[in-house]
Design a protein around this ligand. Structure first.
Ligand SMILES: NC(=O)c1ccc[n+]([C@@H]2O[C@H](COP(=O)([O-])OP(=O)(O)OC[C@H]3O[C@@H](n4cnc5c(N)ncnc54)[C@H](OP(=O)(O)O)[C@@H]3O)[C@@H](O)[C@H]2O)c1
Length: 264
């Protein structure tokens, strides 16, 4: 299937590893031109090199920017232009009690998880509307719907992305600009691996035992009963950005292994 992504310019926030990096590689294989992003020169140049090594002829570059710092984001926005496809992927979480989550942590998560996509969209959306073609994807989480109590702040930031995304889609009425939200379930990114390793150390057990316990006792409703791979999320993101997916707009696409339930 020709996804007609050749030559499209793609920016993916937080893409030196995990879901963002897997998505970048799939776009590169489709002949798109990719701009990666991370917080350090080293992580960005390593990721750019890794894509070039793995995919012959890949058109890939990178911009260092930290979405926790507005000045850093302003500098990033000055360097971005003519983006056809924007993937608002960057997101951070912290497992903590509601009572032990200070304002600073709430604001940090709002800044990185929500304002990243707001600021990027505000800068890049008008040109998509002028060209009457564009794709914007917001990466939410199953937590937006499940709202685990130890991830309340994270879940609240992810839930708000659905409103931002739907609102932007409505602003693009009559064009072929689409805006959608992807809702991944628990996915084995490097970040998730670290989380499992830390939990195993704390509980004096193995990563495998923590994983088994997670699906048996925490993510019980998961039908898949395993972590999704980053590639399983990336393939849907890339498809949603293709010409073929123009009819999917203002929607939430769940890739959650069935964890959030419901028939719609
Ligand atoms: N993994 C899951 O189970 C899961 C489930 C549902 C939803 N999600 C969502 O999917 C998205 C990707 O998750 P992931 O697990 O793939 O992420 P991850 O492995 O934790 O992602 C790390 C990436 O984010 C970048 N990053 C972190 N903080 C940043 C900041 N302040 N500014 C710029 N870049 C930053 C890192 O760049 P550097 O290290 O190079 O700075 C790296 O490229 C997130 O929005 C997450 O909430 C994940």
């Amino acid at each position: 299937m020709d996804l007609k992504l050749k030559g499209k310019r793609v920016f993916i926030s937080g893409s030196t590893s995990g879901i963002g990096f897997a998505t970048a590689k799939l776009f590169a294989r489709e002949g798109a031109s990719i701009i990666l992003n991370g917080r350090t020169e080293a992580s960005v140049s390593n990721a750019v090199d890794a894509v070039k090594t793995e995919i012959f002829g890949a058109n890939v570059s990178g911009i260092v920017a930290d979405f926790a710092q507005k000045t850093s984001v302003d500098s990033l926005l000055n360097q971005l232009n003519s983006i056809d496809i924007l993937i608002n992927n960057v997101g951070v979480f912290a497992s903590q009690s509601f009572y032990d989550t200070p304002d600073e942590d709430w604001f940090r998560m709002l800044e990185i998880n929500v304002m990243s996509g707001v600021r990027l969209s505000r800068a890049l959306f008008p040109e998509m509307l002028r060209k009457k073609w564009g794709r914007v994807i917001f990466i939410s989480s199953e937590c937006a719907q499940l709202v685990p109590p130890d991830l309340l702040a994270y879940s609240a930031t992810k839930a708000s992305l659905h409103a931002v995304s739907r609102g932007l889609a409505q602003m693009a009425k009559g064009t072929e600009v689409t805006v959608n939200t992807v809702m991944p379930g628990s996915t084995l990114s490097e970040g998730a691996e670290r989380f499992l390793e830390e939990a195993a150390t704390k509980q004096h057990t193995s990563k495998e035992a923590v994983t088994t316990d997670f699906f048996k006792n925490v993510r019980t409703p998961s039908l898949l009963q395993r972590f999704l791979t980053v590639e399983e999320i990336a393939s849907t993101i890339v498809y949603l950005c293709s010409e073929k997916a123009v009819g999917i707009n203002g929607s939430t696409v769940k890739i959650d292994g069935g964890s959030t339930g419901g028939v719609f």
